[in-house]
Design a protein around this ligand. Sequence first.
Ligand code: FE2
Ligand code: FE2
Length: 169
Amino acid sequence: MNTMTEQQRREFARIAAPYLANDQVRSMSGFVQHGSISTLDHVVRVARASYTWACVLGITFNAEDLVAGALLHDFYLYDWHDRSTSKPNHATKHPLYAEENARRVFGVNEHVASIIATHMWPLPPDRVPRSREAWIVTAADKWCSLQETLLMRHTHGGTNRPRPAVERR
Ligand SMILES: [Fe+2]
Ligand SMILES: [Fe+2]
């Protein structure tokens, strides 16, 4: 999966850096996404996969928007396993919660907002990805989620706490 060239690795790191330095993005390290994977680990995995796939496909794409959309696609800022803090209709509505937070915190552009809002397609069927970047993030999210659910399930003393997040300070 991680087959970036040195130049691609540098570009990815440059684009991702301001998002990964943000305290609200970093707070996602405290939320469980799938199995033992935190939401922060998940979005970084999806962003790396999306960027790598776009490079391997050899297509023209907007790297800034693709990486931003992937890193913020689950920026809903709660643990969806915790009913006391999670918001209603998580499965279908969390892309909209994430979009709202991304607009508020980063003032993202319409393309990035659209990548975030449509990433759960076909949930709902009428919120369809509208760009190649959005389709790639939608596919990478499903691939990474499947891997995390099936292959990365570890327990820690009988609980399912997230493992340490990537690049935690
Ligand atoms: Fe999601
Ligand atoms: Fe996701």
